[in-house]
Design a protein around this ligand. Sequence first.
Ligand code: ATP
Ligand code: MG
Length: 565
Amino acid sequence: MPTSDTTPPSHFIREIIAEDRRQNKHDGRVTTRFPPEPNGYLHIGHAKAICLDFGVAIENGGVCHLRFDDTNPTKEDVEYVESIKADVHWLGFDWQDKLFFASDYFEQLYQYAVQLIKAGKAYVDSLTPDEVRQYRGTLTIPGEDSPYRTRSVEENLDLFARMRAGEFPDGTHTLRAKIDMASGNINMRDPVMFRILHSTHHRTGDTWCIYPMYDFAHCVSDAIEGITHSLCTLEYEDHRPLYDWFLDELQTPCHPQQIEFARLNVSHTMLSKRKLLQLVTQGHVSGWDDPRMPTLSGLRRRGYTPEAIRTFCERIGVAKRDSVVDIALLEHCLREDLNKWAQRVMAVLRPLRVVIENYPEGQVEELEAINNPEDQSMGTRQVPFSRVLYIERDDFREDPPRQFFRLAPGREVRLRYAYYITCTGVVKDERTGEVVELRCTYDPATRGGWAPDGRQVKSTIHWVSAAHAVPAEVRLYDHLFLQPDPGAIEDSDLTASLNPQSLEVLTTCQVEPSLAGATAGSRYQFERQGYFCVDPDTRPGALVFNRTVTLRDTWARIERGQRGR
Ligand code: ATP
Ligand code: MG
């Protein structure tokens, strides 16, 4: 279970629960649930709900149930069930033996519906879907009673039983709650409780051809499980009167309290499962776990850690008002975590060959490199140095602009952990004029990176030894959508709004030999470049890295700006 050494800041939900416990409501017990619909993979927005649902339960000595809201067989699949379970565990939470499915309650839901029919509080409606829409009214115009609303209890019981028995085709009848077609709250205008759907369910198979609607299934499932606090996002605020109506009318033994909080929105990030599914099915990404996806599986593959995501979810807080969180905060939390423990290594992404002319041919030295300056206990490692090296193409300019302090003809720089080198010559491709190799000299007295005469250099660059380096592919990522609020993009514009440069694949990278056997999921800091994670596409002899995040912390800059500096 995740722990934190500082007391987390309070928020209105923590306060409600603390007060309920003081009042000994529900005998002081706290039971929550996380209720995903298995129709897609979990994303960073769900992480907020998971951290909240599981978090407040754990803080109060309670449990959080994992309940699949699997009431729509046409969109749901076991693949999603399994991925959701794996993602919740990965995030660091455990539901113990409290794994439930709304589909386990289909019979009970049916019986509760019968109870409402008998009480004259539900009826079978036979309007066509179009007619239902017409009768419903609008925000300003009250709805009208369906002509079927006055059916007798006996007729309703008979029709409902026959709906279940499969006598009617889809869309011909529904079971509706009899509440108030003139209600100012459209959710209360005789909401549908059951609909006919001749569709095979991933768990119940063909046992059922009627399926309960979310609003009915959700509150009853909560009550059956003895949930005390049912936390959900703000769009359900208008559904709360219905949630309470069902439980009051059914007189369930437990009446959970629904509490709404603002859903998470993140800049540059699409958090609609439906649209994410569209990206997958249309092939705009390689799958739900494409490292550009905001799904937990995508973030994991990209190299995000559960610790970073939990810290982020804690820092954003829980409020009643919708807002957009800057993605820079998420990246900041990630760097903060990786900085503590990710091993530093040297990797050259766009190699430029360097020959040290005064270094003996065939000589190899092992130089000591620090694994993590933030954590001395991580120790050091040996990095081979030899006459031919690769440096980053960007670290050399033949004609350096004024603020460019890295390598240039005639200039001396430090090779990290190694020597000072001076560029003495440039070899170019005769046809294209492109610089293909640098000729340099080194100063043997500067071993380790320091000159005994106290001579300073203005920059330190990373390198790998050409004979020892391991080739690798590195995948660089940028936002999938260029606009800051992709949630606002219409379905039809989704493709056109994609960032054509969201993926850049570098195939000629050279990484230090200590990375040779790196396994999928391992995370490193490539010095001066960012954090990288070994991708599962890695094969023996064919390393593939994902850039998780660069080192540039825009959030720290934003914060400094907010403090007026
Ligand atoms: P759909 O649009 O498919 O209903 P959903 O995102 O609501 O998608 P669910 O599987 O129903 O998906 O979500 C499970 C839980 O996660 C719900 O309680 C929901 O309120 C919560 N949740 C979903 N998206 C967010 C978000 N962006 N921020 C916070 N909580 C969220
Ligand atoms: Mg939902």
